[in-house]
Design a protein around this ligand. Structure first.
Ligand code: GAP
Length: 440
């Protein structure tokens, strides 16, 4: 299946739009439409609950995007957050050197430009920093430089002692955060997979040094299991360990959870042992002690950090890719989204626009609205209405027909099987809740 089919459905049904569409688009930036924001929020809330509600020792934080520029010197992002970049002198196309598989074909003079095909037109790789720079205040000089954060993690590190003191936390404990991150990606492609503005869901788990290896193993297991909660087929997931040459400057050990996207296996989440690298750096650059005090053993030390770092947009793309189903028998496209994360739970459709059926439809809406996100649709044939909602991933269709007037019952249609049950209006909430609990 090609990613283009998902891109097209996302536009058609109001999940995701190219940014600044009327100006011809803005590369590698996307806007989330009514269904997209609902789906993204649902995924993010499930992650938030899995972290801060299920784990008593994990708390939340929302740190600012703009931070003191020294933070990015300490973290290593000013010096080391670079991609090697290669240009084509002929067609001016730009590539990431690692994507040109230079390891296999090290001689650039011998290579053809992947875009225009010209031999020997590629420049030597040069380092390109991925952070977006801006200026704070009216004067634009070196003293006013600020960066848009390229990861949410640093906001957690610089606040960790404030959080720990305020919440009286003892090791091990975690701090979770969902927020925007920005990277000036050179090669941005594959829809929302690699964009310049995106959202991360990161959790930093602070442990006593020596307990880090075990903690990393536990978090690997837990994070992989999480994807079943979103309804993702686990056979489409795998781990990939970072080799020596791939490890980020802060990591002692790192694993990616990869998803089998339409364009191949690619990372959706990283699980990293960052040791005490970041806290040590902040201690040195800020001049402030970053040590944790262990009252039981009366000792002070820098904790080690196990990081779970997921991209919300990539997770959403994995969910969309997994849910996409061409039901060729019935000539329809269905987004088989798990009802837990579906943007809309049910569509309410009076069979005709007369005979008192719309009035019953409105009554059903009023009953369901406080419990679920429901939409009302009386436009077009009932088949077309259902198929529109199948593409939107709406699990249930509720139809009001002439029998509804007689016995206050409706039909409940199931998105995936198209099977219909007759249900009394008074029982609708209970039946839908029951189906949600038993959905597989
Ligand atoms: N704090 C560690 C960190 O940021 P990372 O592997 O660079 O690690 C973590 O990023 C996750 O953020 C990735 O697994 C991915 O899901 C997401 N991510 C990174 N760059 C992205 C981009 N340009 N567009 C969309 N998501 C991105």
């Amino acid at each position: 299946m090609s990613i283009d089919k998902i891109v097209s459905l996302c536009k058609r049904r109001g999940f995701i739009f190219q940014s600044s569409d009327i100006y011809g688009g803005f590369k590698a930036v996307y806007d989330y439409g009514p269904l997209g924001i609902a789906l993204k929020n649902n995924i993010s809330q499930i992650w938030w609950k899995a972290m801060t509600q299920i784990h008593e020792n994990i708390v939340g934080l929302d740190s600012a995007i703009l931070m003191h520029p020294k933070i990015w010197e300490a973290s290593g992002h000013v010096g080391a957050f670079n991609d090697p970049l290669v240009d084509c002198r002929q067609c001016k196309a730009r590539f990431r050197a690692d994507e040109l598989t230079l390891d296999k074909q090290p001689n650039l003079d011998e290579m053809n430009c992947p875009k225009c095909g010209t031999k020997g037109s590629l420049t030597e790789p040069r380092q390109f920093n991925l952070m977006f720079k801006t200026h704070i205040g009216p004067v634009q000089d070196d003293s006013s430089i600020a960066y848009l954060r390229p990861e949410t993690a640093q906001g957690i590190y610089v606040n960790y002692l404030l959080v720990q003191n305020a919440m009286r936390l003892k090791l091990p404990f975690g701090i979770a955060q969902v927020g925007k991150a920005f990277r000036n990606e050179i090669v941005a492609r594959n829809f929302i997979f690699r964009t310049r503005e995106f959202e991360q869901m990161e959790m930093q788990y602070f442990v006593k040094p020596g307990n880090d290896d075990r903690s990393l193993e536990e978090w690997k297991k837990e994070r992989l299991a999480f994807y079943s909660e979103l309804g993702i087929d686990t056979s489409n997931l795998r781990f990939k360990e970072h080799g020596d040459g791939e490890l980020a400057h802060y990591a002692k050990e790192a694993w990616d959870i990869e998803y089998n996207f339409p364009f191949g296996w690619s990372e959706i989440e990283g699980i990293h042992n960052r040791t005490d690298f970041d806290l040590k750096q902040h201690q040195e650059f800020s001049g402030k002690k970053m040590e944790y005090f262990d009252p039981q053993n009366n000792e002070r030390f820098l904790p080690y950090i196990i990081e779970t770092s997921a991209g919300l947009n990539r997770m959403m793309l994995a969910v969309l890719s997994d849910a996409y189903w061409e039901d060729t028998d019935n000539d329809r496209i269905v987004m088989k989204l798990d009802p837990k994360i579906a943007p809309v739970m049910a569509v309410v459709c009076p069979l005709v626009k007369k005979d008192g059926l719309p009035e019953i439809g409105r009554k059903v809406m009023d009953i369901l609205k406080p419990e679920f996100k429901v939409v009302y649709d009386q436009q077009g044939s009932i088949g077309k209405r259902y198929y529109r909602q199948d593409e939107a991933g709406t699990p249930f269709g509720i139809t009001i027909d002439h029998q509804s007037k007689e016995d206050q019952s409706v039909t409940l249609r199931h998105r995936d099987t198209q099977q219909q049950d007759r249900i009394e209006i008074d029982n609708l909430i209970g039946v839908i809740k029951n189906k949600l609990e038993n959905f597989s």
